[in-house]
Design a protein around this ligand. Structure first.
Ligand code: TXA
Ligand code: MG
Length: 363
């Protein structure tokens, strides 16, 4: 066990075979109404007893999150869904069968036992069965549902390591279980099952293509601009999300046009003596290399790879950490483009777009 400078306890735990004594310690913190950050296969979550209004209230305070933004309730298995959902339609079981435990969240009608604080008074509840062995062990040991948003300060990139959690929340939470970097790197896919037709509210760890294979009908909602206090049909669609300190601009179009434009932007920034960050797939970075090389040797360009263009899962895994690294380096601007939109690419482009707060340049 270590105590961090801010006072939050950090306990290292094996990601595959978590030490049950450590898990038990964390479960007791949850049972006592405390806050525990823990790894899931997507990102680290900030957990509290989902059935305690007081405990859940602490999550909103620690994250500085508006209380209009509801939380995901995590349970150990699909069998427990009926303890927090009032109605569980057949389609929920079909999706659960195929994707749980895993990076899928289902929105269902809320049961009265779930505090209104968790659901932001919506009458619906978001539910997820995570696959990560540490999350599973914690849910079993705590023997109650755990409400957990991503363990970052509101509107910061989601944390994929315990260090990211502590960078945002040290001293504001009781404990972080450190099981190393998370596997998927972007949050769960959210599917709303409360309407006539299932709707994807957030692209995430389960590709939308895979969900469509299970369902006869499926709608996909795209991010719209809303403000934290506006009435939220889909709270997860807040556009100001994952926002880095430096302005991030996303470039979308043919590879040639994107490379040419980012190259121009890099030269302009470098000419002004600014430190600029570039975030892009390998193929884009390779083509950009000549333009960047001279500036990079002067230390004015920092490059973060999103992996091969055709492997969006690789981009998902490193995206948030890369944005945080560029922020820490103090870049004045970030120039980004994404991988293919297939598979996890949809989630990666969605997060880039939100990080850009709408600064998307269509080429
Ligand atoms: O992978 C994940 O989903 C992670 C891990 C920790 O499970 N959690 C996560 O939670 O990303 P959070 O709070 O950062 O994002 C959950 C999103 C929020 O944008 C919230 O507005 C939306 O889900 N949400 C939660 N309950 C909802 C509800 N009843 N109706 C509509 N949207 C809801
Ligand atoms: Mg979040």
């Amino acid at each position: 066990m270590t105590n961090t400078t801010g006072g939050t306890r950090r306990l290292v735990v094996d990601p595959r075979e978590p030490d049950l004594a450590v898990i038990d310690t964390a479960a007791r913190v949850i049972a006592a109404g405390g806050l525990v950050a823990f790894p899931t296969e997507t990102v680290y979550g900030l957990g509290a007893d989902a059935l305690s209004t007081a405990a859940v209230g602490r999550i909103f305070v620690a994250k500085a999150r508006p209380t209009t933004d509801p939380l995901i309730v995590h349970v150990a298995s699909a069998a427990e869904v009926s303890t927090v959902a009032a109605v569980v339609p057949d389609v929920a079981y079909a999706l659960a069968e195929r994707f749980w435990p895993g990076p899928l969240t289902l929105i269902l009608p809320r049961r009265e036992t779930v505090p209104a604080m968790v659901t932001a008074g919506t009458g619906t509840v978001a539910i997820r069965v995570p696959a990560h062995p540490v999350a599973q062990a914690l849910l079993k040991a705590a023997a109650r549902p755990i409400a957990a948003p991503s363990a970052n300060r509101f509107s910061r990139p989601s944390p994929t390591t315990a260090a990211h959690v502590l960078a945002d929340l040290d001293g504001l939470i009781d404990l972080v279980l450190d099981a190393g970097p998370t596997d998927i790197g972007v949050e769960s896919t959210i599917v709303d099952l409360t309407g006539a037709v299932p709707v994807v509210r957030r692209a995430g760890g389960v590709p939308v293509e895979a969900i469509a294979e299970v369902l006869s009908a499926l709608q996909v909602e795209t991010a719209r601009v809303t403000t934290p206090d506006s009435a939220q049909v889909a709270p997860g669609q807040l556009l100001r999300h994952y926002a880095p300190q430096a302005a991030l601009t996303v470039f979308d179009g043919s590879r040639e046009s994107v490379v040419a434009r980012i190259g121009r932007e890099v030269r302009t920034c470098a000419a002004r003596g600014e430190l600029v960050g570039v975030l892009a797939p390998d193929e884009v970075l390779v083509t950009l290399a000549p333009a960047v090389a001279a500036m990079a040797s002067a230390g004015r360009v920092l490059v973060e790879t999103l992996g091969p263009w055709a492997e969006p899962a690789a981009a998902a895994r490193v995206l948030f950490a890369a944005i945080r690294r560029l922020d820490e380096a103090g870049v004045s601007a970030m120039l980004a483009t994404g991988p293919t939109r297939a598979g996890l690419g949809a989630a990666v482009w969605d997060r880039l777009r939100r990080a850009a707060e709408g600064r998307v340049v269509q080429l």
